[in-house]
Design a binder for this molecule. Structure first.
Ligand SMILES: CC(=O)N[C@H]1[C@@H](OP(=O)(O)OP(=O)(O)OC[C@H]2O[C@@H](n3ccc(=O)[nH]c3=O)[C@H](O)[C@@H]2O)O[C@H](CO)[C@H](O)[C@@H]1O
Ligand SMILES: [Mn+2]
Length: 442
């Protein structure tokens, strides 16, 4: 991609309009160059940061490189294509224009003025009448989930030309194929949601496991939860740990409770993570069924950064894993060995769900954890452990028992991953951790 021609060689017939200031704007707008269907521009210097860190060395790196929404992967693509591709960084002028058009108080006139400058096409046509413009529309195919060119019209000699790629429109999907909502910022009205749930005086049970050295995450998780997680609602934390002495004292808000449950340790992290299923099963049967309205299971190595409210509640709730959002089926790290109960063939699957967050009504979650626990037992008897332990089994369960509500990666981000521009808020994130230092085994 090359903009030099715009400033130097491009024949501009309408010289009167191409006054210096307009040219400068054109230049600035041209810097908004991005990939169609990709989220962000990037500079080559950020290309090597934040790759696959959250997956403990298995599977994640490749996935990150192919992630359509990942700012870093744009740079990887730039590297693959070679020096003939130039990515221009987002600058303050563009940010200013974007801020103006998103501001509720912007006047109609200012909106049109700024939107025109961002869109650029008319400006280019006015300025440079001989410029040839092509269009391309790429979307994921509903069936195969692969990128599909729906429409393309280019000048016939495009291969010989310098191409300025601009103004992609990026959409995130807000419903699944089975019409379950996918919760993103701006897809819900918090006032309406609270008006529905507050009068019901609901209680939300929340299970957290902190075994061995993972107790160190408790303070940040609980303190940030008190600031952001279902604030104003009754929340009952059930904290499973082998080290009750290490549970920090955290001041809880009104109507909020914490119960510590002593649990066994294990010398394998895979076991600790997987055994959550049977422990949650027992807890639901003994304490939660018909007593609480909703529940969540959360990873402890996490932190809340922003509002997580009643918009997250539903009969059966799953969250789209940050590293796999926007990827296609074959790239998901499902269990691929038919011998495992978690097996999912390459031509099946909807999303890759994170094991760190799931929830719903207790009776629905009970079915989920029972099924996963049974399948984990069968696998154990057959001496096979699914690639991502209970997360693999959870993905299998959600394939045949579709969640009624999906939370977007805003609800399960990863601190090692750069936030793409279309994602307005990070609500809950996996914190950076040194796996070798905190886990009982490699
Ligand atoms: C973001 C995400 O979806 N993470 C999932 C992923 O990797 P993660 O790397 O997030 O797994 P992890 O090390 O955080 O383990 C999952 C959870 O098990 C607990 N724990 C684990 C080890 C230990 O020594 N002590 C302890 O308490 C703790 O609550 C932790 O949050 O895959 C795991 C299964 O392999 C789980 O499904 C995680 O939820
Ligand atoms: Mn985790």
């Amino acid at each position: 991609m090359e903009t030099g021609r715009l400033e130097n060689g491009m024949p501009c017939h309408n010289q009167k309009q191409a006054i210096t200031s307009e040219r400068r704007e054109l230049e600035h707008a041209a810097k908004q160059v991005r990939f169609a269907g990709k989220s962000s521009s990037c500079s080559s210097t950020s290309a090597d940061t934040a790759r696959g860190g959250g997956r403990g060395g298995k599977g994640g790196g490749d996935a990150a490189a192919a992630d359509g929404q990942d700012i870093n992967s744009n740079c990887d693509i730039a590297k693959q294509i070679g020096p003939q591709l130039k990515l221009l960084p987002l600058n303050d002028q563009i940010r200013e224009l974007q801020t103006i058009i998103r501001d509720k108080s912007t006047s109609r006139g200012d909106f049109v003025f700024s939107a025109d400058r961002l869109a650029m096409e008319q400006g280019l046509r006015d300025c440079c009448r001989s410029i040839r413009i092509g269009k391309i529309l790429i979307q994921s195919d509903e069936e195969t989930q692969k990128a599909k060119v729906f429409y393309a019209k280019f000048p016939p000699d495009i291969s010989r030309r310098k191409v300025l790629l601009m103004y992609p429109i990026l959409n995130v999907s807000t419903t699944s194929r089975w019409l379950a909502p996918i919760v993103w910022e701006n897809t819900f009205d918090q006032t309406v949601i609270d008006a529905i749930y507050k009068p019901q005086n609901i209680t939300v049970a929340t299970t957290v496991f902190a075994v061995g050295r993972y107790t160190r995450f408790l303070k940040d998780l609980l303190e940030s939860a008190e600031q952001h997680f279902l604030v104003g609602y009754r929340v009952h934390y059930y904290l499973f740990t082998d080290l009750p002495d290490q549970v920090p004292v955290v001041k809880l808000g009104d109507g909020r409770k914490l119960t510590v449950i002593k649990t066994e340790s294990s010398n394998r992290w895979q076991e600790i993570s997987s055994r959550r299923m049977e422990r949650i099963e027992k807890l639901i049967e003994e304490k939660l069924l018909h007593k609480v309205d909703y529940m969540f299971s959360l990873d402890v190595d996490s932190k809340f950064y922003a509002h997580w409210g009643a918009e997250s509640l539903g009969d059966l709730v799953g969250v789209v894993h940050a590293w796999f959002f926007g990827l296609t089926r074959p790239q998901f790290t499902y269990e691929r060995r038919p011998k495992s109960q978690a097996y999912i063939p390459y031509d099946e699957g909807d999303y890759y769900y994170g094991g760190a967050v799931f929830g719903g009504r207790p009776e629905k979650v009970l079915k989920l954890v029972q099924t996963c626990r049974r399948n984990l037992d069968i696998d154990r008897a057959n001496q096979i452990e699914a690639l991502w332990q209970e997360e693999s089994h959870l993905n299998k369960y959600f394939l045949y028992n579709k969640p009624t509500k999906l939370l977007s990666p805003e609800y399960l981000w990863d601190d090692t991953k750069q936030r793409p521009s279309f994602m307005k808020v990070v609500r809950f994130t996996q914190v950076v951790k040194n796996y070798a230092e905190i886990r009982p085994n490699p």
